[in-house]
Design a protein around this ligand. Structure first.
Ligand code: RB5
Length: 143
């Protein structure tokens, strides 16, 4: 599995921790920045991960900003992207099993690294349930 990850300045620290956690598990990670705490605009970084997912360069994306809200709003503008802001492991489980989320969004200013790792692990290990959820997802893309 290959992960595309990016954050803005507000979540740079958590992005680095999540990236290193994944690398430590032997998972391939494509880091699209940002690379410091210098102020940047989150839509530019959402776009980089979105492009990586839509071109099948990466299997899943992880986006982080201060609240996770800006990244969610920006990423979900793109057809075919289902970006899920998850604050608890159970949200990550349901984001995958019901929503077939292809991007996990995390709030760098609201959660600590240990919880973030737990959410990431849950997201990456949960398959999509399909069935009735497939029909619902199709309806999103018909909009
Ligand atoms: C940056 O200050 C902050 O607005 C951003 O990280 C994010 O929380 C936006 O939704």
């Amino acid at each position: 599995v290959k992960i595309a990850i990016a954050s803005d300045h507000a979540a740079f620290e958590l992005k680095e921790k999540v990236k290193n956690y994944l690398l430590g598990k032997g998972i391939e990670v494509e880091d699209h920045g940002t690379y410091s705490e210098e102020s940047v605009d989150y839509p530019d970084y959402a776009k980089k991960v979105v492009q990586s997912i839509l071109s099948n360069e990466a299997d899943f994306g992880i986006l982080l900003c201060g609240t996770g809200l800006g990244m969610s709003i920006a990423a979900n503008r793109y057809r075919g992207i289902r970006a899920a802001l998850c604050l608890f492991p159970d949200m990550a489980r349901l984001a995958r099993s019901h929503n077939n989320a292809n991007i996990l969004v995390l709030p760098g200013r609201l959660i600590g690294a240990e919880l973030a790792f737990w959410i990431v692990d849950t997201f990456l290990s949960t398959p999509f349930d399909g069935g009735r959820h497939e029909r619902r997802i199709r309806k999103i893309d018909e909009v």
